[in-house]
Design a protein around this ligand. Structure first.
Ligand code: PA5
Length: 432
């Protein structure tokens, strides 16, 4: 399903170095699996795919059918881990992937709120929603995060101007902690339908909890296949062996490179539908590893657009970066470059070739050029851009991140640093 090619690590990461780091990988594996490492209380994601009851998937799927009957769109309110996985999944699938069989052919567009505090954004959103029948999913583990909380206030008022009584009630679905937080209080007081985010799964590891599953199902995504992909990955990446476990190999390589001064990792892809998967990846690794004065800085580039901007930096700037390509072997569609009689643009030499062929040549050329320019790189390839592969990839990165964070010697499951701006903002806002 997912392969890892490491040809362009030659001269940067040796077999001896991987052997040398293996004891740390083994320790990380044991600490993770025996819940002995730091932040062990937040490792519920580890065996989550195999624990999701099929009955739960059916329950959300039938809720989705209900919602689909009387809604034109979904509004998903949330930020960070309560936003990125949803958007990453929907954008990855795109509008043309036929993943909506679950709802008998239908698929609801999803609008996002609560992931920024821009008044123009919210104003425009409300005007776009004015004539639509909407269902709102508000997602917050803590139930107290400012951005989604104030967006929900506004959207709740907006809903109250459109709907009354039971009709109003059924148009809000809350996803939050079982007991704690303001959102739980609101859900109980207003009688909104709600789903529980497990205590032992942190925000950025929560895409396979109701955080992701509920809005995705409502949008028409085949969540059973998403979970099946993650289940396959859970099984595949359970063995502590660098040859057999590509996820552990990736985690180990990152740390070998980091120890040799490669402080930045760029996730590069030639497929624009993975843009938000890269955003999700950045949150996962930045919040998990960037602490105590340590951590690889996760960045992303979307090719070939960025080859005409960031490409210069990658080729010739300070050699403190490594690159991980995210490739797709078989895209859903291909387009052939036509022959042109006049050939004024001079491109008849590739007439008859497909766009994907040219795209893959661009990738091969980039990987080789960056390697020669001193950027070690590796490639993760998904055989297909479907929902099952995405579920697999989510788990691949989650586990790689947990293992990599433990190798690095940090707690990959907390994020104390994100409190700093909040304290200052609350002071500025006059919160007592
Ligand atoms: O990974 C994390 O825990 C965070 O990025 C959260 O997902 C983010 O801050 C949103 O938090 P909440 O779901 O509590 O509103």
């Amino acid at each position: 399903m997912i392969t890892l090619n490491t040809d362009y690590l030659k001269g940067f990461v040796s077999a001896n170095e991987l052997e040398g780091i293996f004891p740390s990988v083994r320790l990380a594996h044991e600490n993770l699996h025996k819940a002995k490492g730091s932040g062990a209380e937040f490792t519920g994601w580890l065996d989550l795919p195999s624990r999701i009851p099929d009955t739960f998937i059916k329950e959300i799927s039938s809720l989705a059918k209900e919602v689909h009957k009387d809604s034109d769109c979904i509004v998903s309110i949330g930020i960070g881990g309560s936003y990125l996985g949803i958007r990453a999944t929907l954008e990855f699938l795109g509008p043309h992937t036929g993943h909506s069989q679950l709802l008998g052919g239908g698929k609801l567009p999803v609008y996002y709120a609560g992931h920024n505090i821009s008044s123009d954004y919210l104003h425009q959103l409300l005007s776009e929603l004015r004539d639509k029948r909407i269902t709102v999913v508000v997602i917050s583990k803590s139930g107290t995060t400012t951005e989604p909380a104030i967006a929900f206030r506004v959207i709740k008022n907006f809903l109250e101007s459109k709907y009354k009584g039971e009709e109003l009630k059924k148009r809000v679905i809350c996803v939050t902690d079982e007991k704690k937080g303001a959102l739980r209080k609101i859900a109980s007081k207003e009688g909104y339908r709600s789903f529980i985010i497990p205590d032992n799964v942190g925000g950025r590891y929560s895409v396979l909890t109701p955080v992701g599953l509920v809005p995705l199902a409502l949008a028409g995504v085949d969540i059973q296949s998403l979970v099946d992909g993650a289940r396959a990955a859970q099984k595949e990446y359970s063995v502590c062996d660098l040859d057999k476990n590509t996820c552990y190999r990736y985690a180990a390589i990152r740390n070998v490179l980091y120890a040799k001064g490669k402080k930045f990792e760029v996730l590069s892809s030639f497929y624009p539908n993975v843009f938000y998967v890269a955003e999700w990846f950045k949150q996962l690794f930045a919040e998990s590893e960037g602490k105590e004065g340590r951590g690889i800085f996760p960045a992303s580039m979307m090719m070939s657009t960025d080859l005409h901007s960031m490409g210069q930096w990658m080729q010739e700037a300070e050699r403190t970066v490594f690159e991980t390509f995210l490739q797709i072997d078989r895209p859903h569609h291909d387009v052939i470059i036509p022959q042109d009689q006049e050939n004024l643009d001079g491109f008849n030499y590739i007439a008859g070739k497909s766009f994907d062929f040219v795209n893959k040549k661009a990738y091969e050329a980039t990987a080789a050029a960056h390697f020669e320019g001193g950027v070690p790189n590796m490639t993760i390839t998904l055989s297909k851009p479907d929902i099952m592969h995405l579920g697999h990839l989510y788990y691949f990165f989650e586990k790689a991140c947990g293992i990599s964070g433990y190798i690095l010697g940090v707690n990959p499951f907390d994020q104390p640093g994100v409190e700093a701006y909040k304290k200052k903002m609350f002071a500025l806002l006059g919160k007592r």
